[in-house]
Design a protein. Structure first.
Length: 149
């Protein structure tokens, strides 16, 4: 029997009980009496948790270990949310580079095809041989690029 459980970001109602349960467990383990402020709890609930429950539990344990006593406040969670912003920014940079790379490769490919066709005086068979591709591939790329020779 297969059971499919949606990611934690789609089960926001499960986050609060998981946090409270894990803090009780950690309080016993480390002989502490920590609690979570409402502001911190709301921030933890609104977080996307790309690593699902494992990431949530690791984050809670990390904060619990660093906090000696009292209440876990929003300020105790800054490392977690700075990491999310940094991760989001990195993803945007990677997407921009991929787009630029795809565009650059397309331009280089088009330029090489034009040069080969000019050098071979429009002979597609010889241009394809020069480029190291099949003639039908050259014709396909020419149509795709709108090149006519």
């Amino acid at each position: 029997m297969e059971i499919t459980i949606p990611p934690l970001r789609h089960r926001k109602e499960d986050i609060e009980p998981l946090i409270h349960h894990h803090i009780i467990k950690l309080n016993t383990k480390y002989n502490k009496t920590l609690a979570v402020s409402n502001a911190a709890l709301q921030q933890l609930i609104s977080y996307e948790w790309p690593g699902n429950i494992r990431e949530l539990l690791n984050a809670i344990e990390r904060v619990h270990i660093l906090k000696r006593y009292g209440t876990i406040e929003l300020s105790d969670l800054t490392y977690l949310f700075n990491k999310q912003e940094s991760h989001s920014y990195r993803n945007q940079q990677v997407k921009a580079k991929q787009t630029n790379l795809s565009h650059a490769l397309g331009e280089v490919e088009e330029e090489m095809i034009k040069n080969a066709l000019e050098e071979m005086k429009g002979n597609q068979t010889k241009a394809a041989q020069k480029l190291g591709i099949a003639r039908h591939t050259l014709i396909y790329k020419m149509k795709k690029m709108g090149l006519k020779f």
